[in-house]
Design a protein around this ligand. Structure first.
Ligand SMILES: Nc1ncnc2c1ncn2[C@@H]1O[C@H](COP(=O)(O)OP(=O)(O)OP(=O)(O)O)[C@@H](O)[C@H]1O
Ligand SMILES: [Mg+2]
Length: 384
């Protein structure tokens, strides 16, 4: 962990020391171990690569042991943590892409990495910039107009019958904003003919790095959950928020809104690494990070969400959505209103949102089944 400019000899001595995981890793002079997640605490994984970064590391340097992925990730890590092998060794300096021109080169490098051939030398440094980003899809951290953004690119594996993934993701973020859900600043750019979605990093404020914890870390920080559950649930997450957030009432409602939005847009990729907490207002403590990654790169809409939220588990249905609103601090009437409001907004706006961003009409038509459930929600009262 970086000790920064403080004169304290150890992190624990600092007056502003803060636990990386307040539940599993409290501030104490002790050694903590875990046998889950490859022997590495989830809070540390949050600052390391997921399948995309691991894939790049393997393409560039070959397969690694678990720790190797954390140490070799060279990009701008999520949250505040960096890693090195010893207290005396500084973590490697992080590198980001600089400007749209470099992003366009990186898009070509992605094509090379996704292919089977050897990676040309000119792409090695560029690809190294993407090694610390989480998630499975091609992406880099980009410095653009004085800010850090996550730049998300198409993949050679994407389904071509639909609008490009960056465009669809941009549309989903726009739609979520229209539903009153907080989203990061975002827009599409053209990287020399390749569409890229830029999403402003919510774990940065200027040069300051802000603490981040994924919903996986929050859910799994309770040892009871680790023992008895294989998968985080929205209901469990809603409960666990109380250990991280002083007053989680608002955040629980926001979580419920996201469940409804994901159902309305057929997004079943809402797993526990696609939600998180950010500490951007120290006076309040952690809060739910703005919505990110609200689209699945599957060929069909989901029938189930990724995490359970009602008495029928993960199943997308009005009945299931309305079965346990109390777990999210809502009464039934309020939940019904939300279903109607979000359903009606999505049903009314999805086509226009995609078309405004420049999507092709025929490709848009093929997405109709993804938004069919929104129509049902819009008339929830007559169709419980
Ligand atoms: N705007 C953002 N600011 C800071 N961190 C972000 C932002 N968006 C995403 N992240 C982090 O980067 C990770 C990967 O991003 P994202 O989920 O968008 O990628 P993905 O490849 O589409 O994911 P998946 O594998 O779920 O499809 C997230 O899990 C989160 O930790
Ligand atoms: Mg994701």
């Amino acid at each position: 962990m970086s000790v920064g400019s403080s004169n304290a000899r150890t992190y624990l001595d600092r007056s502003d020391a803060r636990p990386v995981d307040p539940v599993l890793l409290p501030l104490r002079d002790a050694e903590f171990t875990t046998t889950t997640l490859g022997g590495i605490f989830s809070a540390l994984h949050d600052a390391g690569p997921d399948s995309w970064g691991r894939f790049l590391i393997e393409r560039l340097y070959g397969p690694q042991r678990e720790l190797g992925y954390l140490l070799l990730a060279a990009g701008e890590r999520t949250g505040t943590l960096d890693f090195s092998m010893a207290r005396e060794t500084s973590p490697p300096e992080s590198r980001v892409l600089n400007g749209i021109e470099e992003l366009a080169h990186a898009a070509r490098a992605v094509r090379a990495a996704e292919g089977n051939g050897e990676i040309p030398q000119e792409f090695v440094q560029l690809l190294a910039c993407g090694t610390s980003n989480g998630g499975a899809r091609p992406k880099f951290t980009l410095f653009h107009q004085g800010e850090l953004w996550i730049a998300k690119l198409p993949s050679g594996k994407d389904f071509l019958q639909y609008p490009s993934m960056p465009l669809r993701e941009c549309a989903a973020l726009d739609l979520a904003a229209r539903c009153g859900i907080e989203v990061p600043e975002h827009h599409l750019v053209d990287a020399r003919g390749v569409p890229a979605l830029l999403v402003r990093r919510f774990d940065r404020r200027g040069r300051e790095r802000l603490p981040y914890a994924s919903a996986r870390t929050v859910a799994w920080s309770n040892p009871e959950v680790m023992r008895y559950s294989y998968m985080a649930s929205y209901t469990g997450l809603s409960q666990e928020l109380a250990r991280w957030i002083r007053n989680p009432t608002e955040d629980r409602r926001s979580l419920y809104e996201r469940i409804v939005f994901n159902a309305a847009t057929g997004n079943g990729d809402d797993h526990d690494a696609n939600h998180g907490l950010v500490l951007d207002r120290p006076e309040y403590g952690y809060r739910l990070a703005p919505l990110f990654d609200p689209v699945a790169s599957t060929d069909l809409p989901a029938k189930d969400l990724a995490m359970a939220f009602g008495e029928d588990g993960r199943r997308i249905s009005s009945h299931n959505l309305l079965s346990r609103p109390g777990q999210f601090g809502l009464d039934r009437e309020h939940a019904e209103d939300l279903l109607k409001r979000i359903g009606a907004t999505v049903a009314r706006c999805w086509r226009e949102t995609l078309l405004t961003l420049g999507a092709d009409q025929r490709q848009v038509d093929r997405l109709a089944s993804w938004f069919a459930f929104a129509d049902k929600l819009a008339g929830t009262e007559s169709n419980p």
